[in-house]
Ligand binder design. Structure first.
Ligand code: JJW
Length: 448
């Protein structure tokens, strides 16, 4: 026996996001978002998939919450589709959209599940994109107004809030690499957007504090660990910068009130300028209650001469991979958590996403996803090591409750504890669902 045991007050959960599960894209008065536009643009999403129907959780949320209840989770992390609340991003509220989230939140609370609400999980109202999207500071103000509306509306019901999910993805992946909506490829644009996303976070926190809302608020950056291929300084520097894009760039402004100099210098060298207005850094560095960490993978990286923003190439040294071809690297989870503690102190942390893509299918009524169980075991083992080293972990939420629309990968890549048949929308509990249920019930698992 090799028992990994967690504190009794550790919170366990599962996560999803609006565009990935809801469907009903044209129902209930919802306005279009940049993900509707992007997914309906040929060539952007694998197999031409889109979120029109997704898991149909807009209609099936009661069934999903029943599955959560049986799973025994303490917390459910979901996101709100901004354009269900404000179809054009600002202006008149759409009561029908609001009612949907009241129904979800009420059902969660009735079932003893704490709602953790993400305000921005990438589905920006298209009407705001038409006016420049996150490149326009008016979007930042619109986000603060939308957030404030939600804080007031759900005051006393939702006590855990996340402003922005994975700002690296919403800026660099979406506006420099062009892989996610809106699909731009412009380093200056991406960098400006990264600042505006941080500002949007800070403004929402400011409104939250001003209202004196009961509860906690944070944001959820995604991180990767990069291990230098060799001891050559250029490889070490390339990895530091590679991680700098995920960690220092999105943590220093929040926790130190300034951008990291080594990254600012790097951007300058690339001809990318950062325009910071008076008061921005104060707004961004408002104290927060927790940070959400999304961790999936780590890689070995090597310097590669490149005129572009990134000068790092990943080297395959033979790590085992998930079905999305991401390395399984639990050691990096431990290291990244310690790095955060060393650099920013013992801030309370929720792991807001961690999980694995495996495309196991239903056979005779069951889904034998033993590899997902192994992945979670390995990462929980790293998590426990980090806690034993003083990292202040409050909870762990796995991505995802259900198989869903995995962005540019469409329905081809499955992350759920619950299998979804995307033709019939039937849900089937996987073996990992039963394993997670047992682990939550016990508060420990046997690593062997
Ligand atoms: C793509 C890297 C070059 C989501 C990517 C990097 C470059 C071919 C999972 N997290 O669905 C995707 N996810 O909504 C939020 N996190 O390209 C939740 N990061 O490739 C999950 C990162 C990601 C990515 C996907």
């Amino acid at each position: 026996m090799a028992i990994i045991e967690f504190p009794k007050d550790m919170k366990w959960g599962a996560a999803t996001a609006s565009y990935q599960i809801e469907g009903a894209a044209f129902e209930g008065g919802r306005g279009p978002s940049i993900w509707d536009t992007f997914s309906h643009t040929p060539g952007k999403v694998l197999n031409g998939d889109n979120g029109d129907v997704a898991c149909d959780s807009y209609h099936r949320y009661e069934e999903d919450i029943k599955l959560m209840k049986e799973l025994g989770i303490d917390v459910y992390r979901f996101s709100v589709s901004w354009s269900r609340i404000f179809p054009t991003g600002t202006g008149e509220v759409n009561k029908e959209g609001l009612q949907y989230y009241h129904n979800v939140v009420d059902a969660l609370v009735e079932n003893g599940i704490e709602p953790m609400c993400t305000l921005y999980h990438w589905d920006l109202p298209q009407a705001l994109q038409d006016k420049g999207g996150w490149n326009n500071r008016e979007t930042v103000e619109a986000f603060a107004n939308y957030s404030e509306y939600m804080f007031k509306e759900f005051s006393g019901k939702i006590k855990s809030w996340i402003t922005i999910n994975e700002p690296w993805c919403a800026s660099f992946l979406s506006n420099f690499m062009g892989i996610h909506a809106p699909g731009n490829q412009d380093p200056q644009l991406a960098t400006t957007i990264s600042h505006h996303l941080l500002l949007a976070h800070g403004k929402a926190v400011t409104r939250f504090r001003a209202l004196g809302v009961e509860g906690e608020i944070g944001y959820a950056p995604n991180l990767e660990w990069l291990e230098p291929f060799s001891s050559k300084q250029e490889d070490i520097d390339a990895c530091d910068r590679g991680m700098g894009f995920f960690i220092e760039w999105f943590f220093d402004p929040v926790f130190k009130g300034s951008y990291p100099e080594f990254m600012v210098n790097w951007f300058e060298k690339k001809g990318v300028m950062l325009t910071i207005e008076d008061g921005d850094m104060e707004t961004i560095s408002q104290p927060i209650d927790f940070v959400g960490i999304n961790y999936y993978t780590g890689s070995v990286g090597r310097y590669k001469k490149d005129e572009d923003l990134f000068d790092l190439e990943k080297v395959d040294i033979g790590y085992e991979k998930t079905d999305l071809n991401w390395n399984i690297y639990p050691e990096g989870f431990f290291k990244v958590l310690l790095k955060i503690k060393d650099q920013y102190g013992s801030i309370p942390i929720y792991i807001t996403e961690n999980g694995a893509c495996y495309n196991d299918e239903v056979e005779n009524g069951s889904v034998k996803d033993q590899r997902r169980i192994e992945y979670i075991k390995q990462h929980l083992t790293s998590l426990k090591r980090s806690m034993d080293s003083g990292v202040n972990i409050k909870g762990y939420l796995t991505w995802s409750l259900l198989d869903n629309f995995e962005w540019a990968e469409g329905y081809d890549k499955r992350f759920g504890l619950i299998h979804v048949n995307f033709n019939t929308l039937e849900r089937t509990k996987k073996d990992s669902y039963y394993w997670y249920k047992q682990m939550i019930g016990n508060g420990w698992f046997d690593k062997e």
